[in-house]
Write a protein of this length. Structure first.
Length: 234
C-alpha cells in the first residue's frame, strides 16, 4: 500500500510527556457523492450499542479514552474542561443528546471514533499547507478556531501544526481545514496514547474495510507514526 504524503514529527517536549504516543495517518481519495445506503444504519446501530453498553463512568474508563485523558493531564490540560473528541461523542449519546449530523464523511468519522474510542481528526487535505506537520503542545499565543466552538484555548493541548500554524487537536478540529460536502482528498489522524500497538493496527484495518464499504474509494494509503521510531505501513 502507498505511503501517505504527510510527514509528521513530534516535538521533544511532547515526546517526553507522551512517550507511548502513536498516530495512525490515513490519506484517501473518494467520490463524495456516493456514500453507501448502509452508512446510516451502521451509525444508528453503533449509537444503540453505546447506549446499551456504557454509562458515563464506564465510557470514560475505556482504555483508549482513559489513556487520552491521562495524557492531557500530563501535558497540563484539564480533560474534563477540554474533553477529547471520543469522550465528547460518547457522553452526548449516553446523555440522550444524540450526535451532531454534518455530512457523510464527518458522520462516518464519528462512527469510527465511537467504535474505537480513539479521538480522530478528519481534514480536507487540500486545506493543509505543505507536507510537513509537527505535533507539539499548544502555546498561549496560538490562535485556534475550533469547528462549532469559536476560539479555543489550546495552551498545553497536543496540537498539529502545518506551515500556517495549528490546525488539529484531539479535542476539536479547526475550521480552517474542515471537510466540506465536496471534499475528495481526505486526511485522517487516529490519536493513540495507549501504548498498545496491536489495538491501533486493528483499528486501521477496520477503517480501511469501512471506507471500502461505505464510499467509492479511488486511492488509499496509511501508516503509523511513532516518535523516535520507524513508521509502519498498512
Amino acid at each position: 500500500m502507498p505511503t501517505p504524503t504527510i510527514h509528521i514529527t513530534c516535538s521533544e517536549e511532547f515526546t517526553l510527556l507522551c512517550p507511548d504516543f502513536r498516530v495512525g495517518v490515513i490519506e484517501m481519495t473518494i467520490n463524495p457523492k456516493a456514500p453507501s445506503p448502509q452508512l446510516e444504519s451502521s451509525i444508528s446501530e453503533t449509537i444503540e450499542w453505546v447506549r446499551r453498553s456504557y454509562d458515563l463512568a464506564s465510557w470514560r474508563e475505556r482504555s483508549t479514552i482513559a489513556a487520552t485523558r491521562r495524557a492531557y493531564k500530563r501535558c497540563g490540560k484539564d480533560p474534563n474542561r477540554y474533553r477529547p473528541a471520543a469522550d465528547q461523542l460518547g457522553r452526548r449519546i449516553i446523555n440522550a443528546l444524540g450526535l451532531y449530523r454534518v455530512h457523510a464523511v464527518v458522520d462516518w468519522g464519528n462512527l469510527l471514533s465511537l467504535r474505537s474510542g480513539y479521538s480522530m481528526g478528519l481534514f480536507d487535505r487540500g486545506h493543509i499547507s505543505g507536507e510537513s506537520v509537527e505535533l507539539r503542545l499548544g502555546r498561549a499565543s496560538d490562535e485556534y478556531e475550533g469547528i462549532g466552538r469559536g476560539l479555543l484555548n489550546i495552551d498545553r493541548m497536543p496540537v498539529y501544526c502545518d506551515a500556517l500554524g495549528p490546525f488539529a487537536t484531539p479535542t476539536s478540529d479547526s475550521l480552517r481545514t474542515c471537510l466540506g460536502e465536496q471534499s475528495k482528498e481526505i486526511l485522517i489522524f487516529v490519536n493513540d496514547f495507549t501504548g498498545q500497538p496491536s489495538r491501533l493496527e486493528e483499528t486501521l484495518e477496520e477503517v480501511h474495510l469501512s471506507a471500502d464499504q461505505h464510499f467509492e474509494v479511488k486511492a488509499y494509503s496509511s501508516t503509523i507514526v511513532c516518535p523516535g521510531e520507524r513508521d509502519t505501513h498498512y
